[in-house]
Design a protein around this ligand. Sequence first.
Ligand code: C5J
Length: 228
Amino acid sequence: MIEKSSIKIEAEPYPFAFLPGQCALLILDMQRDFLEPGGFGEMLGNDVSQLRKAIEPNRQLLAAWREAGLTVLHAREGHRPDLSDLPAAKRNRGWGKTSIGDTGPMGRILIRGQKGHDIIPELAPLPGEAIIDKPGKGAFHATDLLSILRNLDIKQMVITGVTTEVCVHTTLREANDRGYDCLIPSDCVASYFPQFHEVALKMVTAQGGIFGWVTDSARLKAALPKKA
Ligand code: C5J
């Protein structure tokens, strides 16, 4: 059902019925460890410039979202210093010589409180904006995100951040199963692997929008209400 108070945003596979007061911007994992030279992502051999393309579109969207007075949520992937929330399967699988909890140029990798775990300064949270600390890829797993969304009466989310096919997709799928409509601005998400980014976005809108909608930040910013 399209609510009368909604604002139409051009999107694929069809327009998104935006409810500004019930829509949160959720920015995922825009952390130094993933985006900055010397961080975990680069230590694994990835080209961080692929992710850095999403910084400026996110910075502008975040500024516009704040200006409109809408809900902003940030998420960070990371673990407790004693690694008690790090499953062995995650620690052991897929990583190179260095692993989560090891010491790198920005402190212990993906450990809460370490420099590398911080959100990049360009997108630093403001006081009052909730930060979801998540030990997994999805922002719902082992966090209080669902409770925050319910308490704020949020029904929709704009999801941005990194990486498109990993944490963005996992969170999007978790959100779908919990009944949230999700919109992804394509220039505000990124992957170390451009081909995965492209396909991951196509997977969102396939089959009539099986996981949600895809737009871009220009169309989304143009739809934001002006603060009274
Ligand atoms: C990854 C993420 N790629 N934030 N994390 O390990 O997508």
